[in-house]
Design a protein around this ligand. Structure first.
Ligand SMILES: Cc1ncc(C[n+]2csc(CCOP(=O)(O)OP(=O)(O)O)c2C)c(N)n1
Ligand SMILES: [Mg+2]
Length: 677
């Protein structure tokens, strides 16, 4: 539908003033970005974006990621106009408790919101994962039907801001996207020369387009942010470029229309205020009343677009059902991917796969065996490492690297880009066709904390694998030895952190992560070999799945309970053997591979495993802060300072983690307790 210039301007101003009015009503928010970006957003949504408000997750929809999440009212306005279930009342409840229109877009809260954004740099990096997912799905499914239909041919669009491009994570992800030739990724850059402290020339002066060109992107410039036809031409050219992702810098004016605030930092993050709002409406010849105005002819434009898009979606569904009939095998695979199917007895199957590992082994190496078994059962699995595959052992199969000519692969070279890796696997997880994993050393989880936290907020099935999970990685020394990372990661709500102790626990940790569809899991694995555990009961995957269980039982109610994880379980078991036999009999050794799962038990069950009447000791070769919530006033054997560069066995002795030293610490503590009792 071709619009008159007048009607087009009306459509664009509608988007502007919905945002302005909503921010004013909430008395909080960011009007400037939507006012500046309204034209590019309208052109994209009205002339290009394919969507279906009846089915916001339609598989072949075009994706739209608002990386500059502070401009959330731009997105909510678009979703409302496009017919998604975001009502006028929702717009009027902008930024209010339990509304569908939170301050920054939140995945799962609002139909049509593809990614949680706001932390700058994340959205555009997630979008790289979205585009990668599309390429991978296409490589698996795009065998045409007789009519020539292919199921996957959508684009991933987005809008990013100065802040997005200043953040390092976007550079990491963009570099990866350029290498992978993600021609299905198209970003509009809100090139408004303004960020919070003022003109961007105070600190951001490199040529952004040249930088992206060097990453392997196709770049274009639109000099006038209100020139709908120029924006349209640029988007068309970007779509025609299939071998490179696209960045289109659109020169905009933040707060366009507001006579005093436009083009200044004052338009960024506060309501325009009564006077300026009035002046802005007057300047753009917009009625002062009613607020939240959507003129009838604007409604009609969006209704027509909606009808076109729904017809397109209907056609896709018809063609898709023919495609499934013509390609039953591919249809079955599609179904498995779309449901992220895992066998119901996955934990047992993976446990069986590592039964043969009976000698001392590292959990990273055991994990390698588990991954191969799991990948054969779970086609959604895909993952990679940040240039550490020879150390993390997280590849699926051999030489099945994802490359521009091989998106059917399952393993990524993420390069030395941990932050980007985290954001990219979150992008894959948002798509919900793949179950992605990342991998690096535990110490570098610090480089990945923002995406780990966002995966937890957004309920994503991202799996973060970390090896070299204690000072016992040895000679690389304190810069490489995690101390506070485990405790700190365990403070992230809704993240499940697994620190397995042996083959059975490693298998179960993977099974849990692969089965947990509504939240991220983290696997903490050792570099060093661990002695096999001796269990007093038959190995039981269900007991391990619960996150904590007795490895060695006491006779009757225990008087001493030792809780350990990962590498310290075997050390604690060896220490047990050194305790006085009468004490040993009354001691229970608990392995707690997943503290979060244990904490979720009913209190009575927690107390049955770790009775409050018992003396309680926790052993973990890390900063021990979080163990006090398990052992109360008990003893925590941890590490208070940093590690040191030395061989593993020397470190175990120096830091008090040999069986002898653990037994001595416990003995001395019990004695001091009996004096004070
Ligand atoms: C990682 C991160 N750091 C800081 C912020 C706070 N913040 C919000 S917007 C913004 C910068 C605004 O500049 P720009 O991205 O150009 O957006 P514009 O003002 O042009 O809309 C900052 C620093 C944030 N959201 N995320
Ligand atoms: Mg800006």
């Amino acid at each position: 539908m071709t619009l008159s210039k007048e009607l087009e301007k009306k459509c664009i101003d509608t988007i502007r003033f919905l945002a302005v009015d909503a921010v004013e009503k909430a008395n909080s928010g960011h009007p400037g970005m939507p006012m500046g970006c309204a034209a590019m957003a309208f052109v994209l949504w009205n002339r290009h974006l394919r969507y279906d408000p009846r089915a916001p997750r339609w598989a072949n929809r075009d994706r739209f990621v608002l990386s500059a999440g502070h401009g959330s009212m731009l997105l909510y306005g678009l979703l409302h106009l496009a017919g998604f279930d975001v009502t006028m009342d929702d717009l009027k409840s902008f930024r209010q408790l339990h509304s569908k229109t939170p301050g920054h877009p939140e995945f799962g809260e609002t139909p049509g919101v593809e990614c949680t954004t706001g932390p700058l740099g994340q959205g555009i990096s997630n979008a790289v994962g979205l585009a990668l997912s599309a390429k991978m799905l296409a490589a698996r499914a795009n065998t045409p039907s007789k009519s020539g239909f292919i199921p996957v041919d959508h684009y991933v669009y987005g809008i990013c801001s100065d802040g997005d491009l200043m953040e390092g994570v976007s550079a990491e992800a963009a570099s990866f996207a350029g290498h992978q030739k993600l021609g299905n990724l198209i970003f509009l850059y809100d090139d408004n020369h303004i960020s919070i402290e003022g003109d961007t020339n105070i600190t951001f002066t490199e040529d952004r387009l040249k930088r992206f060109e060097a990453y392997g992107w196709h770049t274009q410039q639109v000099d006038e942010g209100n020139d709908a036809d120029a924006i349209d031409r640029a988007i068309q050219a970007a779509k025609a470029e299939t071998q490179r992702p696209s960045l289109i810098a659109v020169r905009t004016v933040i707060g366009f229309g507001a006579p005093h605030k436009a083009g200044t930092r004052h338009a960024h993050g506060e309501p325009l205020g009564k006077e300026e709002l009035k002046a802005a409406k007057e300047a753009l010849s917009w009625p002062l009343e009613p607020t939240f105005l959507i003129p009838d002819d604007v409604h009609a434009v969006w209704a027509a677009r909606r009808a076109e898009n729904e017809a397109l979606a209907d056609r896709w569904h018809t063609e898709f059902s023919t495609w499934t009939e013509e390609h039953p095998d591919l249809a079955a695979l599609w179904r498995k991917l779309e449901t992220r199917e895992v066998p119901a007895d996955l934990a047992q199957k993976l446990a069986d796969a590592v039964k043969g590992i009976t000698a001392a082994e590292s959990t990273r190496k055991i994990s390698q065996t588990v991954i191969q078994a799991a990948a054969a059962l779970v086609p959604s699995m895909a993952g990679g490492s940040a240039d550490l595959e020879p150390s993390t052992f997280t590849a699926i199969g051999k030489e099945d690297w994802v490359e521009p000519d091989h998106f059917a692969g399952r393993t990524f070279h993420f390069g030395v880009r941990e932050h980007g890796m985290g954001a990219i696997i979150n992008g894959l997880a948002y798509e919900q066709f793949f179950i992605p994993h990342s991998a690096t050393f535990l110490i570098f989880s610090d480089y990945m904390r923002p995406p780990i936290r966002l995966a937890a907020i957004s309920g994503l099935q991202s799996i973060f694998v970390f090896t070299h999970d204690s000072i016992f990685l040895g000679e690389d020394g304190p810069t490489h030895q995690p101390i506070e990372q485990l405790a700190s990661l365990r403070t992230i709500p809704h993240l499940q952190l697994w620190r397995p102790a042996d083959p059975l626990e490693t298998a179960v940790a993977w099974a849990s992560a692969l089965s947990r569809k509504d939240g991220p899991s983290l696997l903490s694995l050792t570099r060093q070999k661990l002695a096999p555990l001796v269990r007093s009961a038959a190995p039981d995957v269900n007991a391990v799945l619960r996150g904590a269980y007795a490895v060695a039982e006491s006779e009757g109610t225990p008087e001493l309970v030792i809780v350990a994880t990962g590498s310290e379980v075997a050390a604690a078991q060896a220490a047990l053997a050194l305790l006085d036999p009468s004490l040993r009999k009354k001691t229970r050794l608990v392995s707690m591979p997943c503290v979060e799962r244990f904490i979720a038990w009913p209190r009575a069950e927690q107390e049955a495993l770790v009775p409050p009447s018992a003396k309680c000791v926790a052993v973990e070769a890390a900063g021990g802060l979080d163990w006090y919530r398990i052992v109360g006033r008990g003893l925590v054997i941890g590490i208070d300072g940093y590690g040191a560069s030395a061989p593993e066995k020397v470190l175990a002795d120096h830091y008090g983690f040999t069986p002898q030293k653990i037994a001595q610490r416990i003995g001395a503590w019990l004695q001091s307790e009996s004096h004070t009792a």
